[in-house]
Design a protein around this ligand. Structure first.
Ligand code: LLP
Length: 456
């Protein structure tokens, strides 16, 4: 299309694809450092332009490789962690605990104790039971767990201060996304409902216990291509903040509207430009605050929109086979050397992707010529249809390399060992073009390291 903007998704040139496959094998996750840094800077600049008093929090569940966490923090993000494991990853990446926000609908006591001992900056509170658990830790005479302190190399008599608390609110908006990744509606395990007064009662309980509560949070869903849900969520928590000031004199210092901005998995996905999106959610949060005197720090917590488009997955085609599907029709399967263990998203959510031939086994030009429909299948003993009915060159051949765009988020972080597959490595293409492995391929020794074979 003349005049149309270049595709913003990172992709590999044939030479680079061949070099990567040769050096690191396939399947392989590849991540562009330049793309990731540029995307974070774009988001930060867009957010600051409309809200100078703002912070961006990277949702580390999208990609918690240590290098990505370090880059996100270097660029100025705080880090959202949803488990002790994600918190430990951030600490290992050199992120101070004070720059980490702990999430989760059920944080276990040891997990909370670990977060206290580490000194996380913020806990996003999700239930009444959690408020009581936090109060218990906050008033404990001894540090929550000297064992935890020891594990972190802290002196046992470490003074434990209660992290700032932000109350997660379920604002009752129903986003248009896959039902498995929508969380803002009333019927959700996350947070405190506005509609039944739970959110207000949570605030009052925190105040009664003299816990350091500073604001409100919502996250309504993920891969949202229509930003109406986030707009409505932002507006709802800001209205709530204004109401809590009026009714209880509570001064909100932080409002966090979560993440959720969608990305371009296929050409049909058309997310709102980041600058427009930031303006929209900031205006939604600002309007109810007008005239209240409240000027909270505004936060967003994106994961996917920062890292997804910086990544590709490289596979090698192994077997091509055409089968009859009835009434004279056929389907051609191209089996690749990965599958749902490295990308569970098609099986879980019916996600579609852009699949391209990255290089030909014979070194020829990978694109051009007539296209044909293929179903790219994985190797797992399941249906494991990774990418159904995608257009690829009609002369696709065994040994060719395929690249799947937009796989930087929720791929390596959701990889499994199903069928005893080894999880793939991630290689970063550095800003200077050099290649740096940031996570190596798993080994069979690691795969069996947890096995205990009793005498049977
Ligand atoms: N904040 C909270 C509290 C969240 O629960 C999430 C995502 C985010 C931020 C970041 O959302 P994002 O900007 O990445 O959309 N595994 C699913 C996605 C689940 C997302 C869960 N929460 C997938 O592969 O699509």
């Amino acid at each position: 299309m003349p005049g149309s903007a270049p595709d913003p998704r990172f992709r590999l040139s044939p030479d680079l694809a061949l070099a990567l496959a040769e050096q690191y094998g396939t399947p392989l996750y590849v991540l562009s450092e330049a793309h990731l840094r540029a995307r974070i800077r774009e988001y930060l600049a867009a957010f600051r332009a409309v809200a100078p008093n703002s912070r961006l929090v990277f949702a580390s569940k999208a990609n918690s490789t240590l290098a990505v966490l370090k880059i996100a923090h270097q660029e100025g993000c705080l880090i959202d962690v949803a488990s002790e494991g994600e918190l430990r990853a951030a600490l290992l990446a050199g992120v101070p605990a004070s720059d980490c926000h702990l999430h989760g609908n059920y944080k276990t006591m040891p997990e909370l104790a670990f977060a206290f001992a580490a000194g996380v900056g913020e806990i996003v509170v999700d239930s009444f039971a959690e408020i009581e658990a936090i109060a218990e830790l906050a008033t404990a005479e001894t540090p929550p767990s000297s064992l935890v302190a020891e594990a972190l190399g802290l002196p046992a008599e470490v003074q434990v201060r209660c992290p700032d608390l932000v109350i997660r609110v379920a604002p009752g908006v129903d986003p248009a996304t896959h039902q498995k990744i929508s969380t803002g509606q009333d019927d959700t395990k996350f947070g405190f409902n506005l509609s039944d007064g739970s959110a207000e009662r949570a605030l009052l309980r925190c105040l009664e216990l003299k816990l350091p509560v500073i604001g409100f949070h919502c996250h309504v869903g993920s891969q949202l291509l229509d930003p109406e849900a986030q707009r409505a969520g932002g507006e709802a928590i800001a209205q709530f903040a204004a109401e809590m000031l009026r009714r209880h004199g509570f001064e909100t210092r932080v409002l966090n509207v979560g993440g959720g901005l969608g990305v371009r998995y296929t050409d049909a996905d058309n997310p709102m430009p980041i600058a427009d999106y930031c303006r929209l959610v900031v205006e939604a949060m600002r309007a109810p605050l007008e005239g209240t005197g409240l000027d909270p720090t505004l936060m967003q917590e994106p994961g996917r929109s920062l890292v997804a488009e910086a990544g590709v997955t490289l596979y090698r085609v192994g077997v091509i086979k055409t089968v009859p599907t009835g009434e004279g029709r056929t389907r051609t399967y191209a089996s690749v050397d990965g599958g749902l263990s490295d990308n569970p998203r098609p099986a879980l959510y019916g996600s579609r992707y852009t699949v391209l031939r990255a290089a030909r086994a014979d070194g020829g030009e990978p694109v051009g010529g007539p296209a044909a429909k293929y179903t790219v299948a994985g190797r797992h003993c399941e249906t494991d249809k990774l990418f159904v009915d995608v257009d690829l060159p009609a002369d696709l051949a065994e040994g060719d390399l395929l690249q799947v765009l937009c796989t930087g988020a929720y791929n390596s972080s959701m990889a499994s060992n199903y069928n005893r597959f080894l999880r793939p490595p991630t290689v970063m293409v550095r800003e200077d073009g050099s290649l740096a492995p940031i996570q190596r391929r798993e080994t069979y020794d690691e795969l069996f390291a947890r096995e205990i074979l009793p005498s049977l």
